[in-house]
Design a protein around this ligand. Structure first.
Ligand SMILES: *[C@@H]1O[C@H](CO)[C@@H](O)[C@H](O)[C@H]1NC(C)=O
Ligand SMILES: *[C@@H]1O[C@H](CO)[C@@H](O)[C@H](O)[C@H]1NC(C)=O
Ligand SMILES: *[C@@H]1O[C@H](CO)[C@@H](O)[C@H](O)[C@H]1NC(C)=O
Ligand SMILES: *[C@@H]1O[C@H](CO)[C@@H](O)[C@H](O)[C@H]1NC(C)=O
Ligand SMILES: *[C@@H]1O[C@H](CO)[C@@H](O)[C@H](O)[C@H]1NC(C)=O
Ligand SMILES: *[C@@H]1O[C@H](CO)[C@@H](O)[C@H](O)[C@H]1NC(C)=O
Ligand SMILES: *[C@@H]1O[C@H](CO)[C@@H](O)[C@H](O)[C@H]1NC(C)=O
Length: 539
C-alpha cells in the first residue's frame, strides 16, 4: 500500500536499528518501535507503539481442500471450455503438468496468458450438491488491511459462504454470505456493504452483488469489502485513519472483526447460468479459481514492526521486552507489571506499554509495606507481591501466614499485624489457629492454645486418657497407680491421688467421706469419678 511512509533505518550493529528520521509526516505510521533521543540524562530510548507493514499474506498460508480429492484430473476428465460451454473437449489430467489444475495455482503470479487456475471435478453427481471447502491457514493471527478478492475462471458460484476462524480452525464464524438469491439460499435479506453504518458494521450480511450474471469475461471477482468497512470510520479514501485507529483501540469487537487465523471459502453451488441444469451435459458445471488476494499484517499487539517467516511459520519479532508469536506476554524477568497491548492512542506515536523488569515495579505493586517486590503471573494476568515480610502473605501481603492470626486492633500496614498462634505442639492438631487465635485441639486437650487437659486426661506430652501414671508419680504419699485409673493408697491416706490424710479424730477437718462404711463397688466407682471431675476442674 502506497499510503505508508517508508523510513530510513540505519543498522549500526546487528539487532540495533537507529531510526534516522522518525517523525511521520502524517499521522499513524506505527512502523518504528523505539528511537534514541537526547535528554538531560543523555542518550535514552523513546518507545512507541509499532506494527509490521501490511503485505500479501497468501505467500505464508497453507491451503486444504475438503473433500481432499475434489481437484479435477484424477482420473482424467473432459470439461466444457470456459468461454464456450458448448465446446466440451477440454481435458483436465492431474498427471500432466500442462493439463493439471492443482490448488497452488490460486496463489501463483497472475499475468500469464492464459491464466492458471485451480479447478474442481465437474458436477457429475448432480443433483447431489457439489460442495467444496477451501481452507486457508496461517497458524498465526493476522489483521486484514485490504479487501479479500477471489477471482473465478468458471462462473461465480450461485451460493457461497466466506467463513473465518480466530482460534486456528477450532471454531468458525461466517464472514459473509453470497448468493444469486439470498432469501432462497440462506433465508437472509440481500444487503450490500454500502447499506452498513458505523453501528451495523459488524453485521454479517448476505450479498447478491457477486453472484449474478453469467458472463465469462467480466465480473469474475467475489469480494469481502474490508476498505468499505474501514471507510465507515476513516472516511472515503481512508483520509482519516486516525479516527479508525482510535476506534480499533477502544473497541475489541471491531479489532477482532478484522483479525483471523484462518479463512474458509465454502463453495455450495456452482454457476449454472440457466434456470435449469442441463443434466445431459454436467461437464459444464464446476468451480475454477485463478487468484485469491488476502492483504494483511501479522498481529503483534503493537509490539513489533516486523514479522518473520521461518520454518514455515510466521512470528512477530517482538520489541518492548515482550515475547510469544503475537508478542502477547512479557518476557521472563520483565513481568514487573501486567502485560498490555500497545495503543494507537495518542495518535500518531501511540503508547508502547513496554514490559518492565520484575524488581522495579513502579505501579501495581502494593504490598502494605511488607514487601517491595512484585511478580507478574502470566496465567492469572495479575501482579502479586513476593517475599512478604512480618509473617504476612497474599497478593498484597494482606493476609497472615499460616500459624499466625490477624491482630484485629492493628492496621494492615502494622509490622505486628500478624500474631503467632503459639499453639501447643502436643495439644494441637496443627500450628494453625482461627481468626481470634483459637487453636484446633486434639482429643482430650482444651484451652485457647490447647495446653490444658479435659477431665479424665492427664498431661503427658499432650493429654492422655488416664487418672494416674507411675512414671509421673501422680499418686501421692506412697500411693500406687493401678491400671492408670486409680491410686491404691496407703492406710493413712485417701483421695483420688492419696492426697488426703485419713481422719485421726472426729474433730479433724478432714474428708468426711473417708473412713465411713465401705461402699459397694459400683458406688465407689461413681464416687471416684465425681471426685475426679471435681478435682480436675479445680486444677
Ligand atoms: C473422493 O474419494 C471418495 C472416497 O475415497 C470417493 O467416494 C469419491 O468418489 C472421490 N471423489 C472424486 C471426485 O474423485
Ligand atoms: C455435451 O455437449 C457437447 C457440445 O454440445 C456435446 O458434444 C457432448 O456430446 C455433450 N455431452 C453429453 C454427455 O451430452
Ligand atoms: C466444510 O466446512 C463446514 C464448516 O465450516 C463443515 O460443516 C463441512 O462439513 C465441511 N466440508 C464440506 C465438504 O463441506
Ligand atoms: C503452529 O504453530 C505452533 C507454534 O506456534 C506449532 O507448534 C504448530 O505445530 C503449528 N501448527 C501447524 C499446523 O503448522
Ligand atoms: C528491555 O529492557 C531492558 C532493561 O530495561 C532495556 O535495556 C531494553 O532496551 C529493553 N528492550 C526493549 C526491546 O525494549
Ligand atoms: C495488637 O495491636 C495493638 C495496636 O497496635 C497493640 O496495642 C496490641 O498489643 C496488639 N496485640 C497483640 C496481642 O499483639
Ligand atoms: C475461633 O474459635 C473460637 C472457639 O471455637 C470461637 O469462639 C471463635 O468465634 C472463633 N473465631 C473465629 C473468628 O472464627
Amino acid at each position: 500500500m502506497s499510503m505508508w511512509l517508508v523510513l530510513t533505518v540505519q543498522v549500526i550493529w546487528p539487532g540495533l536499528c537507529l531510526a534516522m528520521q522518525h517523525y511521520p509526516t502524517t499521522w499513524g505510521h506505527y512502523d518504528i518501535c523505539k528511537s534514541q533521543v537526547y535528554t538531560d540524562e543523555g542518550l535514552t530510548w523513546d518507545y512507541m507503539a509499532c506494527q509490521p507493514e501490511a503485505t500479501d499474506m497468501t505467500k505464508y498460508l497453507k491451503v486444504t481442500l475438503d473433500p481432499p480429492n475434489i481437484t479435477c484430473g484424477d482420473p482424467p476428465e473432459t470439461y466444457c471450455a470456459l468461454e464456450n460451454p458448448y465446446m466440451c473437449n477440454n481435458e483436465c489430467d492431474a498427471a500432466t503438468e500442462e493439463l493439471a489444475h492443482p490448488p497452488e495455482l490460486m496463489f501463483d503470479f497472475e499475468g500469464r496468458n492464459p491464466t492458471t487456475f485451480w479447478q474442481s471435478s465437474s458436477w457429475r453427481k448432480y443433483p447431489k450438491p457439489l460442495v467444496v471447502n477451501i481452507t486457508l491457514s496461517w497458524n498465526k493471527t493476522i489483521e486484514l488491511t485490504d479487501d479479500i478478492v477471489i477471482t473465478f475462471e468458471s462462473g461465480r458460484p450461485e451460493q457461497m459462504v466466506l467463513e473465518k476462524s480466530l482460534d486456528y480452525g477450532r471454531t468458525w464464524q461466517p464472514y459473509q454470505f453470497y448468493a444469486t438469491d439470498c432469501l432462497d439460499a440462506f433465508t437472509m435479506e440481500p444487503k450490500t456493504v454500502q447499506e452498513l453504518s458505523q453501528f451495523t458494521l459488524l453485521d454479517i450480511i448476505c450479498t447478491e452483488e457477486y453472484s449474478r450474471g453469467y458472463v465469462w469475461k467480466y465480473d469474475k471477482t467475489v469480494r469481502f469489502e474490508i476498505k468499505d468497512r474501514f471507510a465507515l470510520f476513516a472516511g472515503p479514501r481512508l483520509h482519516n485513519m486516525a479516527s479508525l485507529y482510535g476506534q480499533l483501540d477502544t473497541t475489541k469487537n471491531l479489532r477482532d472483526f478484522f483479525t483471523i487465523t484462518d479463512l474458509r471459502i465454502r463453495l455450495l453451488r456452482p454457476a449454472t447460468g440457466a434456470t435449469m441444469v442441463d443434466e445431459s451435459n454436467l461437464s459444464r458445471y464446476f468451480y475454477a479459481i485463478s487468484d485469491i488476494k488476502v492483504h494483511g499484517r501479522c498481529k503483534c499487539n503493537l509490539h513489533a514492526n516486523s514479522c518473520v517467516f521461518e520454518k514455515e511459520k510466521l512470528s512477530c519479532e517482538c520489541e518492548h521486552n515482550t515475547t510469544g508469536p503475537d508478542c502477547g506476554r512479557c518476557k521472563r524477568n520483565y513481568q514487573g507489571r501486567a502485560w498490555s497491548a500497545g495503543s494507537y492512542l495518542p495518535i500518531p506515536k501511540g503508547t508502547a506499554n513496554i514490559c518492565v523488569p520484575n524488581n522495579i515495579s513502579p505501579v501495581n505493586c502494593e504490598c502494605l509495606g511488607h514487601s517491595n517486590r512484585c511478580s507478574y503471573i502470566d496465567l492469572l494476568n495479575t501482579v502479586i507481591c513476593v517475599s512478604c515480610k512480618h509473617n504476612t502473605r497474599g497478593q498484597h501481603c494482606h493476609l497472615c501466614k499460616l500459624g499466625y492470626y490477624r491482630n484485629a486492633s492493628a492496621e494492615l500496614e502494622d509490622e505486628n499485624v500478624c500474631i503467632d498462634c503459639n499453639c501447643n505442639p502436643f495439644g494441637s492438631e496443627s500450628d494453625h489457629c482461627n481468626g481470634t487465635g483459637f487453636c484446633k485441639c486434639k482429643a482430650g486437650a482444651t484451652g485457647v492454645k490447647c495446653h490444658e487437659c479435659l477431665p479424665g486426661y492427664l498431661w503427658d506430652n499432650g493429654c492422655k486418657s488416664r487418672v494416674c501414671d507411675n512414671e509421673l508419680l501422680r499418686c501421692q504419699n506412697g500411693g500406687v497407680c493401678v491400671n492408670n485409673v486409680r491410686c491404691q493408697c496407703p492406710p493413712a491416706f485417701s483421695g483420688l491421688l492419696c492426697e488426703k490424710p485419713r481422719c485421726e479424730s472426729e474433730a479433724g477437718g478432714c474428708d468426711p467421706d473417708s473412713g465411713q462404711t465401705p461402699l459397694s463397688h459400683s458406688a465407689f466407682l461413681l464416687l471416684l469419678t465425681s471426685a475426679c471431675v471435681l478435682l480436675l476442674t479445680r486444677l
